[in-house]
Design a binder for this molecule. Structure first.
Ligand code: SAM
Length: 225
């Protein structure tokens, strides 16, 4: 039922006549053909993120975890305000596939894919933001190795403009988030970011559980004042 509702509602809210539908479908197809795992956001999730950025006039966004560029292409293609999305990916093959997809989507001028481990790249971005060489971000999407969720969140805090959102994907983990005995790396990383975001001054956050074609999960949605 979750998959059927996603398909039904997406097809009505985002009819195939929309110009970027083909681009987005081609991105998923090329990503699959290149052998990358099917772990991108769903079409409805991608659109939600893009609608958020569009409605808030986000001009500069940061993503941690590019994969084949699907969510990046959503953020750039469905938000006319976007000047630049910077996305960080450590797997060389994923970077190559993402850059090809972004080029095919005609978005190479608005999406910058940085190749490197986020723990190395984000401090460099922080320095550039501090030095005024890079704009502060209005939206950050954290979707990489879950064990470092809090590290990425903390670094993102230093790089966002007031009233921006940091979204951390996949924190619910089919309900394991609430199981204090679970010691899986991804669950521990998710609990850490949820608990610490709740204590952080100037941050007001919520965990929104989601179901859909990607199963049962959810994201942390944090407003940074
Ligand atoms: N945001 C993408 C989308 O929805 O289209 C999906 C991202 S996928 C869930 C996670 C990506 O993070 C993978 O491509 C993986 O190689 C990358 N990744 C994992 N650990 C990383 C790290 N330490 N630094 C940068 N990228 C990392």
């Amino acid at each position: 039922a979750w998959t059927a509702v996603d398909a039904y509602s997406f097809s009505h809210c985002h009819p195939a006549s929309r110009p970027n539908t083909t681009i987005l479908e081609n991105t998923l197809k090329a990503t699959e053909e290149a052998g990358l795992p099917a772990i991108a956001v769903s079409p409805s999730q991608g659109k939600f993120l893009a609608l958020h950025c569009r409605s808030h006039g986000v001009t500069h966004a940061l993503e941690v975890g590019t994969l084949g560029g699907y969510s990046a292409i959503w953020l750039a293609s469905a938000n006319p305000h976007l000047v630049k999305l910077t996305t960080v990916e450590y797997d060389a093959h994923h970077v190559e596939v993402a850059r090809k997809n972004i080029e095919a989507a005609g978005l190479s001028d608005r999406i910058e894919v940085i190749h490197g481990a986020a723990l190395d790249v984000l401090p460099k971005l922080q320095e550039e933001v501090k030095a005024g060489k890079r704009e502060k971000f209005g939206f950050v999407f954290i979707d990489a190795d879950k064990v470092n969720n809090w590290n990425y969140f903390k670094m993102a805090l230093e790089m966002v403009r007031p009233n921006s959102v940091i979204c951390v994907d996949n924190v619910v983990r089919r309900g394991k988030l609430a199981d204090a005995d679970n010691t899986e790396e991804g669950v521990v990383g998710s609990r850490q970011v949820v608990e610490n975001a709740g204590k952080e001054k100037g941050v007001d956050a919520v965990v929104l559980q989601t179901v859909g074609e990607k199963g049962y999960d959810g994201w942390l949605w944090a407003l940074v004042e």
